[in-house]
Design a protein around this ligand. Structure first.
Ligand code: SAM
Length: 239
C-alpha cells in the first residue's frame, strides 16, 4: 500500500480480484443492512476501506494514529487522529466497527477491543479481518522482521487466541473463518506482476483446496463479533 497519496478503490487493487476474497459476501451483507448507518473504519490509514465502502453507498468515519495518513483519508469522508486503544467518542455510537489488519499493530489488543465494544450500539457488530500466526511463515517471518509497511507489529495472536480476546471483551463471535496464505500472496503478487491477475480462477480453486486441507496453517481470518442487545456498559463494568 502506498501511503503517500489517498488510496482509491480500483486504482491499486482491481475490484474483480477483491471480490473473490472469502469475506466479501459477508462484509457486503453486513454493511448494506438498512440498520447499518454509522460505521467506524478503525485504522483507516490512507482511506482504502473508506473509499471501498462507497460501492455500498456508505460513508464511514475514519480513525488512525498516523496524522499524515488521516490527512489523505479525509478526501473520502470524516476522519480523526486518535488511538483505537482510547477512542475519543461517546458510548454506543456505531452500528459497525470495521478493523482490517490493524490489531497486530495496536499493542494492547484487550484494551482496544473493550474500546470498540464500548463504542458499538447494543446489537452492533465488529467486522475484523486479521493476519494470524497459525501459519509458520507468518509466525517466524514476524519474529525475524517485526514490521509491515513501516509499522511495528506489537501484538501476536493465533485464530483461537483472537476469539478468546473477543470473548473476554464481551463479544459473541457469530461468524469466524480462516483462509489461506495463498490469498495473501495473491493480494501482493498481481500488483507487482499484472499478468497474475489472469490466473484468478486458478488461485481461487487452489485457495479452496488449501483452506479445506490446511486450515490450521491459514494466515488470514475474518470474524464477525456482536455486542449483545442487553449488554450496555458490560465492557466497562468488567474492566
Ligand atoms: C496495515 S495498516 C492497515 C490499514 C487499513 N485498515 C487497510 O486494511 O488497508 C495498519 C494501520 O493501523 C494503524 N494503527 C496502528 N496502531 C493504531 C492505533 N493504536 N490506533 C489506530 N490505528 C492504529 C496504522 O497507523 C496503520 O495505518
Amino acid at each position: 500500500m502506498d501511503y503517500r497519496k489517498p488510496v482509491v478503490f480500483g486504482e491499486n487493487w482491481s475490484p474483480s480480484r477483491y471480490k473473490v476474497l472469502p469475506y466479501f459476501a459477508v462484509e457486503k451483507a453486513l454493511l448494506t443492512r438498512p440498520e447499518t448507518r454509522r460505521i467506524l473504519d478503525l485504522g483507516c490509514a490512507a482511506g482504502w476501506n473508506m473509499s471501498r465502502f462507497r460501492q455500498y453507498g456508505r460513508c464511514p468515519v475514519g480513525l488512525d494514529v498516523a496524522p499524515e495518513r488521516v490527512r489523505l483519508a479525509a478526501v473520502h469522508g470524516p476522519v480523526m487522529v486518535a488511538s483505537g486503544r482510547q477512542i475519543p467518542l461517546a458510548d454506543g455510537l456505531f452500528d459497525v466497527i470495521y478493523i482490517q489488519h490493524v490489531l497486530h499493530h495496536i499493542g494492547d489488543v484487550g484494551q482496544a477491543l473493550r474500546e470498540v465494544y464500548r463504542c458499538l450500539k447494543p446489537g452492533g457488530c465488529l467486522f475484523l479481518v486479521e493476519t494470524v500466526e497459525d501459519n509458520p511463515l507468518i509466525r517466524w517471518g514476524r519474529r525475524l522482521h517485526p514490521r509491515w509497511l513501516g509499522d511495528d507489529i506489537t501484538a501476536r495472536f493465533d485464530f483461537a487466541g483472537l476469539q478468546r480476546l473477543l470473548a473476554a471483551a464481551g463479544f459473541q463471535v457469530v461468524q469466524a473463518q480462516q483462509y489461506s496464505v495463498l490469498f495473501w500472496l495473491w493480494e501482493v503478487l498481481p500488483d507487482q506482476i499484472p499478468f497474475m491477475e489472469k490466473l484468478t480462477p486458478l488461485f481461487v480453486a487452489g485457495e479452496r483446496l488449501l483452506a479445506r486441507a490446511g486450515r490450521k496453517y491459514s494466515a488470514h481470518c475474518f470474524l464477525v463479533a456482536q455486542k449483545a442487545m442487553s449488554a450496555v456498559g458490560l465492557a466497562n463494568s468488567e474492566q
